[in-house]
Design a protein around this ligand. Sequence first.
Ligand SMILES: O=C(O)C1=C[C@@H](OP(=O)(O)O)[C@@H](O)[C@H](O)C1
Ligand SMILES: C=C(OP(=O)(O)O)C(=O)O
Length: 468
Amino acid sequence: MGAGPAIRQIGVRLARLSGRCQKPHAMTDQTARPRSFAASAPLKGRIAIPGDKSISHRALMLSALAVGTSRVSGLLEGHDVLATAAAMRAMGANIDRTGDGEWVIEGVGVGGLLQPREALDMGNSGTSTRLLMGLVSSHPITTTFVGDASLSGRPMGRVIDPLSQMGADISASPGGRLPLMVRGLAPAVPIEYRLPVASAQVKSAILLAGLNTPGITTVIEPVPTRDHSERMLKGFGATLDVEVEPDGTRWISVMGEAELRPQTIVVPGDPSSAAFFIVAALLVPGSDVTIANVGLNPTRAGLVEVLKAMGGDIELLDAREVGGEPVADLRVRHSLLRGIAVDPAVAPSMIDEYPILFVAAALAEGTTVTTGLEELRVKESDRLSVMAAGLAAIGVRVEESEDGLVIHGTGGDPLPGGATIAGHLDHRICMSFAIAGLVSKAPVTIDDMAPVATSFPNFEALLEGLQR
Ligand SMILES: O=C(O)C1=C[C@@H](OP(=O)(O)O)[C@@H](O)[C@H](O)C1
Ligand SMILES: C=C(OP(=O)(O)O)C(=O)O
C-alpha cells in the first residue's frame, strides 16, 4: 500500500484517536520492571501453566456471538485476552469474571455486535486485532483499532486484503498498520481465499467474517496452521467443512448467517507457555519437573517433537482430551541436547516457540540450523534479529540469515551471560532470556519483564516455586 497524502491524513486522525480510546487493564501500567536471572539450583516439582492464549481469545469471541450464556473455565487472564474481553464488552456482550479463570459470557448473537463508542485498544495483541477485524467486517458497524508501539508496527495488510474483498472498507495507517478503521458491510460478500502466508490469524479472521456473511466462505490453506477456530466453531454448532487434498492443502468452508449455541468450555494449558519450563528443565542440571495439563494439539506440538529429536527427556503422562483438545502432563528431566537441522515444515506448529528453542540450541552439543522462519520478523518484535543480538550479547556463537538462525552450542557448559537484554515489548523474548540466565555464569538482566503479563502473568512465580 502506498503512503499517499490521503492515507497519511487518515493516519494522523487515527493516531489522535488512540489517545482517547478506552484503556483496558492491559495498558495502564507503563513502568518498566527490569530483573536479573542468575544460575539456578535444579528445578524440581509440579506446576500447572495457565490457559491457552489462542483458545482463550476464541472462547470469548464465539461465546459473545452465541445466543445465550456460555461458561469458560481455565481462561488465560493475560493482558492480550483481557483486551479481547474488553472489546467484546464494548460491542455489547455481557462478560463477567466469576472466579479464578472462570468467566460467564452472555452473547449478542451473530450479526448482533454493536458499534463501540470508543476505539478498541488491542494493546500488544496481534490475535485480538486480526480476529476482531474479521468479526466486525461483516457487521454494519465502524470500528477503530489502536495498539501499543509493538502492535502498531505489525502488518495488517494480510487481513485487510481478504476482508476488503468481502466488502469491508478499511482505512489503515501507512504500510497497512494500526491505527486503522474498519467500516463493515452487511450483508458481506462470501469469498474463496487462498492464504498467501501460513497464518492461523488470517484464516480465522476470514472464517469469523464468514459467520455473518450469506453463503459459504472458504479459506484454502496450503500449509496447516493451528486449528482451534475450526474445532471451536464446530463445537458452537456452526456448519464447517474441512476437505484435505492429497498434498495436504486444506479447504475450510463455513456456512454464513450461523446461529451459535452457547457452550461450556474448559481451556487446556498453553503449550507455548509450557515451552519455557520444558526448556528450563532440560537445561538446568539435576532438574525434574512435571508440567500438568499441557495442550498437545498436533498443530501446536512441534517443539516437543524437535526437543525429543535433540535428545530431550520428555515423557507424556496421562494423555487425555480436555475441551475437545488433546492434553497430557509432561515430565521433563535434565538432558544433554544435540544440535540438529530443524525441518522448516514444523515451523507453523511451533511458530511462537523458536525464541526458547534458540536458547535450548545454545546449550546443545554441535550446531542447530533453523530455516523457513521469515514470519518471525513480524511478531511482537523481529524475533530473528532480537534473538541473534541478545544471544551474541550473552556469549553465544550465532549467525543470522534471512529466514533463520544458526546456533553453535556449548555442549552443556553454562553460557557466559552478563548482559542486559532489550525485550522490545516482546513477552517471548523476555521469558527466553530469563531462562538463559538460569544457565549462565553471570546473571542475565531483562530491561523490562512487564510484557510477560500479556501471555503468562505468573511466569516468575512458577519459576520461583520450582527453585525452592
Ligand atoms: O491464531 C492464533 O491464535 C495465533 C497464530 C499465530 O500467529 P500467525 O497467524 O500470525 O502465524 C501465533 O503466532 C499467535 O501467537 C497466535
Ligand atoms: C505472536 C504472538 O501473539 P500475537 O500475534 O497475538 O500478538 C505470540 O504470542 O507469540
